[in-house]
Design a protein around this ligand. Structure first.
Ligand code: NZQ
Ligand code: ZN
Length: 386
């Protein structure tokens, strides 16, 4: 059993008809609010208008247009507004990208230099504005974690910023707000949740409790995603997906286990830094290839356990059960409409060498993965995924 810390201070306010509680959640935090949002889904759905009506006693400012794979340029814009308007609270409404950008804004306000410095060196974070969010997409788990992921297009870098001060104060998780998520992003979100789980499940030492939690997470996504795609207004399916998404990155799944090294995320973040693809789609394409790369005589038992407990594979031989489980994983991603090759989402091998240079530089722990992933390993997984 490995030592662990678990710090989960966010109040998750889960379920339909809970948004009316927003004013009372915000009131103790101040009166001047910056609402941050993305490309317009919350305008189209009417959510922005209803939130603004609810908050008529507060002074509201807005930052719109935060991109999927949020850019440092949006962070800089947000910091400028916060400093000028003396903002007390950040209210992020949208998917993980909006919330991640908001997290970098929250700490950027208290820093005199460029907020990108904080992404590169979180020891420079001294303080952060309180963050409340209304999450509208089941995927990243940003609503319940201390991390954000920011892209610097000029430098072709996509990096995580992780600091306890960036954990949201409260997160509203209303499954009905995810009804409008299109099939593509529903599937990508599902793949992201599965990947978060795989990254923490496939490590050297586990334990019965978190093995079981990971397997239940995976079974939930496998059961509920097709239901949500078939019937986007299926409350139970959307609710179960939203619930599991919050546990993907909050560290609960890795308590007592060998620390995760996040190999698929390391590789996907490089791909989306160069090609701006949908995060979950990149993960779904890479994952079966990372699994095949990691399957050997020593690891077969773990993959077989996954196959038996998640896919009900009845094969006795570990290697055969493991191979079937990996095939099932790839088939599942295809069944929910995700392409199986990077070339299908516009990725070429042009930057593979640069990606392979960057990854070990930023993810030194990859050498401690279930099967170590070195520079050649990164290239092998990338080439097999093309
Ligand atoms: O921008 P809008 O118009 O809101 O549209 C978004 C966006 O186009 C749309 N969308 C969101 N909610 C919707 C909706 N459309 C209709 N109805 C709704 N209810 O979906 C699109 C994708 O949104 P985005 O926020 O980019 O998706 P996601 O939540 O998957 O976030 C992806 C980002 O999070 C990072 C990824 O790398 C990527 O940059 N990650 C963050 C993590 C974290 N903070 O812990 C961990 C993850 O592993 C991940 O790396
Ligand atoms: Zn992810």
């Amino acid at each position: 059993m490995h030592n662990f810390d678990l710090f989960l201070p966010t109040k998750l306010i889960f379920g339909k008809d809970r948004l009316s509680e927003l004013p009372e959640v915000l009131r103790p935090l101040g009166s001047r609010i910056l609402i941050t949002y993305g490309g317009g889904s919350i305008v189209k759905s009417g959510l922005l208008d209803s939130v603004k009506k609810m908050l008529r006693d507060f002074t509201i400012f807005e930052l719109s247009g935060i991109e999927p794979n949020p850019r440092i340029t949006s962070v800089r814009d947000g910091v400028t507004v916060c400093k000028k308007e003396k903002i007390d609270i950040l209210l992020a409404i949208g998917g993980g990208s909006v919330l991640d950008c908001t997290k970098n804004i929250a700490c950027g306000v208290f820093y005199d230099g460029d907020p990108w410095d904080l992404v590169l060196d979180t020891s420079k974070i001294t303080k952060a504005l309180p963050i409340v969010d209304i999450i509208t997409l089941a995927a990243t788990g940003s609503e319940y974690d201390a991390g954000g992921v920011i892209t610097n297009l000029e430098k072709k870098k996509k990096r995580a910023i992780i600091h306890p001060m960036l954990i949201p104060y409260a997160s509203f998780c209303d499954p009905t707000l995810t009804y409008s998520v299109p099939a593509w992003h529903t599937a990508a979100g599902a793949a992201d949740i599965m990947s978060h789980t795989f990254e923490q499940y496939f490590v050297r030492d586990g334990n019965i409790l978190t093995d079981g939690m990971c397997e239940a997470m995976l079974r939930t996504v496998i059961t509920m995603t097709p239901a949500a795609i078939k019937d986007p207004d299926n409350y139970e399916a959307r609710a179960q997906l939203l619930m599991v998404s919050s546990f993907g990155c909050c560290n609960l799944l890795c308590i007592g286990r060998t620390p995760s090294t996040w190999p698929c995320h390391a590789i996907e973040h490089e791909i989306s830094a160069f090609h701006d693809i949908t995060h979950g789609v990149g993960l779904a394409i890479i994952t079966p290839h990372w699994m095949r790369y990691s399957l050997n005589g020593e690891t077969a038992a773990k993959f077989a356990q996954y196959g038996r407990n998640v896919w009900n594979i009845t094969e006795d031989d570990n290697m055969k059960a493991a191979e079937k489980a990996i095939d099932k994983t790839a088939e599942f991603f295809a069944s929910i409409g995700i392409p199986s090759k990077l070339s299908e989402v516009g990725v070429t091998d042009e930057h593979f060498e640069k990606m392979a240079d960057h990854i070990p530089e930023c993810w030194a722990s990859l050498k401690d993965s279930l099967v170590p992933v070195d520079r050649d390993g990164v290239l092998e997984i990338l080439r097999n995924s093309l």
